[in-house]
Structure formats: structure tokens, C-alpha cells
Design a protein around this ligand. Structure first.
Ligand code: TEU
Length: 551
């Protein structure tokens, strides 16, 4: 029996409910939609679901602006639906991880409504206020608000702080009452039986409330300037000790500071803070590069694996609701290569050390959209960026191609279930446009095609469950300087697995490490490895991928 905690081998599937499945005919996905699709979710072989926020919200930031931490968003259904969803997941052996959004609340949360009423309101110190008689507050960065992180509020002649949108005021974690509230909210959901939390933007909860002047900040250096202040570690330990230790559940905070050491500090078991980290370095990497650079990407995977090996625990992901589609960003989404490329990326995700996260639709190889105007965009970040670019007098065609490539809406188009109208997502006008390629890329088509990305995904989850070496084994990179092949060996006790992926458009040869000559191929992305033929040459022609055992 393994002594590893369950969350290490969890295969997590991220559901963005708004875009998953509509059942009420309002164009917005809902909990009933997820319940109706539970057999599909289970068929993927995943073992846990991370649900993006489902709490009541004015939806300025699609649920990341929570107005009640103990309820269910009207559009998504009722608490009875939630309970049914949880029961349905558990009945299928699938855990449920909730999104906990407590760096900020909505400005429509009762706490903020109270807080803004008067300077002596009992909720005043639930948020960060700067009295206007002291002048303009020292500038603070906001991810979403081009005017900055302070917004003036007339009622009490004061500014409130928000690192995200102006409808997302930051909670004051220095106030012990706020921390008690959050711990109670966590207990509320844990008592219902949820299995963990993804703690949104948690590295930002610590604030220096002496408000020194800070260097100019952009999204690229915001974490270094604002993230992971020392008190955040204390808050995490308090949560672990007072809440998490009393349940069989786990925590992962979104963001992991700025260095590997930060990530080790957050996730090493003896420090009792988080169970795993979810860092941005790989997610941000391809975004910064003009041209995709495989050598650099491999080096990052190696750096993180080596940095955390035996010390902490990592999340492995290439997609989520905040980044473009993985096959468009890291792979090749052209009609000739999309299928092989999406399979290749899923292979990477499911054969690396760490807890893997797959974003909905990536099991199908869904791609970015290509919208010619700003109109179809729904994300406040994209719309604000567009407005700023317009005011600056930027070339708007260029800006639109930037959005096409990088907007978060790329990930938020509805799941493509079938070639029926609106991809089978809704009978109404969907809240966000369906990617027109749903006619060929959809679940029904992929169920019928034995060589589909979907079937390959299922093979990989089955493999990960059958071979603990894929979760816990050591990772040794092969050919780190090769710009076309991503290859490594995973080893645990007697078990060795070799993974080789061709990230180029051409056929390439790769020398098979000695140990694997005569080994058994377990899976490849052209459907030819059935586990029966031996590899008897050490010159293998990798059209794209092989994964094989040494015996
Ligand atoms: O995103 C937090 C997040 O801020 C990222 O912008 C991150 O800090 C950045 O990528 C670092 O490079 C979370 C949610 O995932 C997102 O959907 C929300 O909009 C945001 O928090 C606010 O709640």
C-alpha cells in the first residue's frame, strides 16, 4: 500500500461551469449541466474535479467577485444541485476541489456594503481604506483596472484597495475577524464533504499597510513587488492547523511566489502551509516568447522538478481559464498537426511528476478562437486592455491579434459536445461565442474515432493510474539541448518508463536509451503501440511519441 496522500496521484479535471453545459436555456452553463455530464467526466479517468467559483456573484469577473461565500450563483442553480453534484462525483470515486476566492470579495458582498457605510462601521476593517484627507494614496497596481488599485468612495471620503477590478475590494487579512470568517467558510464546505481548495490569488493577501511608495509595476513583475509577503506563510499555517488538519482534504494556492525557494517553503510538508504549489513560470513562459522555444520550456520543467524533488510538490498544467488554449499556445493547432500535437501535450501532462490538472476541452484538443472585432470578447481584462490601447492610439488591428492570441476568453468558449447548434452547449444564445470549429472538433466525433485526442487522453489516465512511477518516480531529462524532442526517463524502484515526444512538424530519429531496447511500448499518439510488439532496435523513428517500459 502506498503511503502517499491521495492528492499526489490525483488527476484533476478543471470545470469552468459557465462554459460547460447549459440545461436551463439561458445560454449559461449550470450545475445541472455538470450533473448530466457526470458519466462523461468519469469516463475520462480523472479522479478529481476543480470547480471554478459557483458562489453568488454580480459576475464582473465571472464569479471571482463573490457576494456570498455560502451560497450558489443563481444562474448555476441551487444548493440542492450542488449537493447532488457532490454526491454524484463521490459515487463515481471523484473528489471535488472548490475555488476559494478570499484575497478579495465582491463590492456587493454584505461585508463591503457595511464597510463603506461609515468609518466606524464594525466591518470597516474588513477591507483596506485610505482616508482622502491624507491626500492621494501611494500608487498600487491593479491587474484589471487601468486607473490603478485604489478607487475613491464618496460616502466616507476614502479610497479602497483592489489588486484586481474595482468591484473586487481586497480583504484585510491583518484583521483576525476576517481570518475567522474565511476559516468558517472553509469549514462550511468541508463539512459538506468537499475535498480541497484552490486558493485564488492567495499570494497577494499580505499587504504592507504602512503603504510605502513602490516601484512601477506591470503584470509581469506584480508578484515580485506585491506577492508572498512574510505574513502569508503565517496565515497558511493558521489555516492548516485550525482547519485543514481536521479533514482529509488538500490546499493549493494559486501562484507560488517568485522563486523555487518560495515554492519549497509553501509546499514542503514540514512547514505545514500548503499541500502543493501552482506556479506560473511555465504558463507565462510561452506568452513572453515571440517564437516558441522547446529547449527553454524543457529547462523550466527540469528546473521545477529538480527544485521540488523530495522537498515540495508541484501542479502540472498547461491550460486553465486564464490562459489561451494549450494546443494553440505550446503546440500546433493547424488542421494537419492539431490531433498529434494535442495528444503530445496531454502525454506530457500525464507523464510528469506532480499532480496534473487538465482544463475542460483540452482532452479534445480545443483551440483558440479568432475574433475579428472586440465585440465577441466577454472578459473584463480583454475589454479593459482594448479600451486602454484605443485611448493610447495603438494600432487596433495589432491589438486584436494580440487578444486573439492571449485573451483569457480563448479558454472560455463553450465545451464542444457535438456538431449540433451551439456545439450542444445550449439551446439559447450562448453567453460567449462557440468556436466555429465545433463542427469538426467535438465529443461525439471523438467518441467515434479510435484515434481521437479524447481516446488518447483516456489511455493516458489509465496508464497514470496503473504506473505509480508516473506520479512519484524520479525524472531524468534526455537530450535537453534538442530543439525538437522532449524526452525523459521516469524511474521508481524497478520500474522505468521512457517518454519521447516530437514537437516538430518533421519526422525525427531519437536514440533509444540502452535500458529500453527490447522494452514494451505502452502508448503512442498514432495508435500503433498496442503493447504487444517489442522495440528491438535502438534507432526508433518517432513520428511523435512513444512511451515505453524497460521490461
Ligand atoms: O487569477 C489571479 C491572477 O491574478 C493571475 O493574474 C496571476 O496573478 C498572474 O497570471 C501572474 O502572472 C485569479 C483567477 O484565476 C482569475 O480568473 C481571476 O480573474 C483573478 O484571480 C481574480 O480573482
Amino acid at each position: 500500500m502506498s503511503t502517499h496522500p491521495w492528492y499526489k496521484s490525483a488527476i484533476i479535471y478543471q470545470i469552468y461551469p459557465r462554459s460547460f453545459q447549459d440545461t436551463t436555456g439561458d445560454g449559461i452553463g449550470d450545475l445541472r449541466g455538470i450533473i448530466n455530464r457526470l458519466d462523461y467526466v468519469a469516463s475520462l479517468g480523472i479522479t478529481a474535479v476543480w470547480l471554478n467559483p459557483v458562489y453568488p456573484s454580480p459576475n464582473d469577473d465571472n464569479g471571482y467577485d463573490v457576494s456570498d461565500y455560502r451560497g450558489i450563483m443563481l444562474e448555476f442553480g441551487t444548493m440542492a444541485d450542488f449537493d447532488e453534484l457532490l454526491t454524484g462525483l463521490h459515487a463515481r470515486g471523484i473528489k471535488l476541489v472548490m475555488d476559494l476566492v478570499v484575497n478579495h470579495s465582491s463590492d456587493e458582498h454584505r461585508w463591503f456594503q457595511e464597510s463603506r457605510k461609515s468609518r466606524d462601521n464594525e466591518y470597516r476593517d474588513y477591507y483596506h481604506w485610505w482616508p482622502a484627507e491624507k491626500g492621494t494614496p501611494p500608487a498600487r497596481f491593479s491587474y484589471f483596472d487601468p486607473t490603478g488599485g485604489w478607487t475613491y468612495d464618496e460616502t466616507t471620503n476614502a479610497y479602497y484597495l483592489h489588486y484586481f477590478g474595482h468591484k473586487q475590494p481586497d480583504l484585510n487579512w491583518q484583521n483576525p475577524k476576517v481570518r475567522e470568517e474565511v476559516k468558517d467558510v472553509m469549514r462550511f464546505w468541508l463539512d459538506k464533504g468537499v475535498d480541497g481548495f484552490r486558493m485564488d490569488a492567495f499570494q497577494f493577501v499580505g499587504k504592507d499597510t504602512t503603504y510605502p511608495e513602490l516601484p512601477p509595476t506591470t503584470a509581469a513583475n506584480a508578484v515580485a513587488v506585491y506577492g508572498l509577503r512574510p505574513e502569508v506563510h503565517g496565515y497558511l499555517r493558521e489555516i492548516k492547523r485550525e482547519v485543514m488538519d481536521h479533514y482529509d482534504a488538500f490546499t493549493v494556492a494559486e501562484g507560488a511566489g517568485s522563486t523555487i525557494q518560495d515554492a519549497v517553503d509553501l509546499s514542503s510538508p514540514e512547514r505545514e502551509e500548503l499541500n502543493m504549489v501552482y506556479h506560473f513560470e511555465i504558463a507565462d513562459y510561452a506568452a513572453k516568447k515571440e517564437r516558441f522555444d522547446l529547449i527553454g520550456l524543457k529547462a523550466l520543467f527540469t528546473k521545477w522538478d529538480q527544485g521540488l524533488a523530495g522537498k515540495g510538490w508541484d501542479s502540472i498544467y498547461l491550460g486553465n481559464h486564464d490562459v489561451p488554449r494549450m494546443v494553440s499556445k505550446y503546440g500546433n493547432d493547424s488542421p494537419e498537426h492539431r490531433v498529434a500535437s494535442a495528444k503530445c501535450l496531454n502525454t506530457l501532462l500525464l507523464t510528469m511528476r506532480g499532480t496534473t490538472f487538465t482544463y475542460q476541452g483540452d482532452e479534445l484538443g480545443m483551440t483558440n478562437v479568432d475574433w475579428p472585432t472586440i465585440e465577441p470578447y466577454r472578459d473584463l481584462q480583454a475589454r479593459n486592455q482594448y479600451k486602454t490601447a484605443l485611448e493610447r492610439g495603438d494600432d487596433m488591428n495589432e491589438h486584436l491579434s494580440f487578444l486573439n492570441k492571449f485573451s483569457r476568453d480563448n479558454a472560455r468558449t463553450p465545451v464542444q459536445w457535438s456538431d449540433k447548434s451551439n456545439a450542444g452547449f445550449t439551446t439559447a444564445e450562448p453567453w460567449i461565442g462557440v468556436n466555429p470549429n465545433y463542427r469538426s472538433i467535438n465529443v461525439v466525433a471523438q467518441e467515434a474515432d479510435p484515434n481521437s485526442v479524447l481516446h488518447h487522453f483516456r489511455q493516458l489516465t489509465a496508464l497514470r493510474k496503473a504506473y505509480p512511477v508516473l506520479v512519484h518516480g524520479g525524472y531524468e531529462p534526455i537530450l535537453p539541448e534538442d530543439g525538437r524532442i522532449f524526452a525523459y526517463v521516469r524511474t521508481l524502484d524497478e520500474a522505468s518508463l521512457f517518454v519521447a515526444m516530437n514537437w516538430s512538424e518533421e519526422t525525427v530519429d531519437c536514440v533509444l536509451p540502452e535500458l529500453f531496447v527490447g522494452g514494451r511500448p505502452l502508448v503512442d499518439n498514432y495508435g500503433s503501440a498496442n503493447g504487444e510488439e517489442d522495440i528491438d532496435s535502438n534507432e526508433v523513428n518517432y513520428s511523435s511519441l512513444n512511451l515505453q517500459t524497460s521490461s
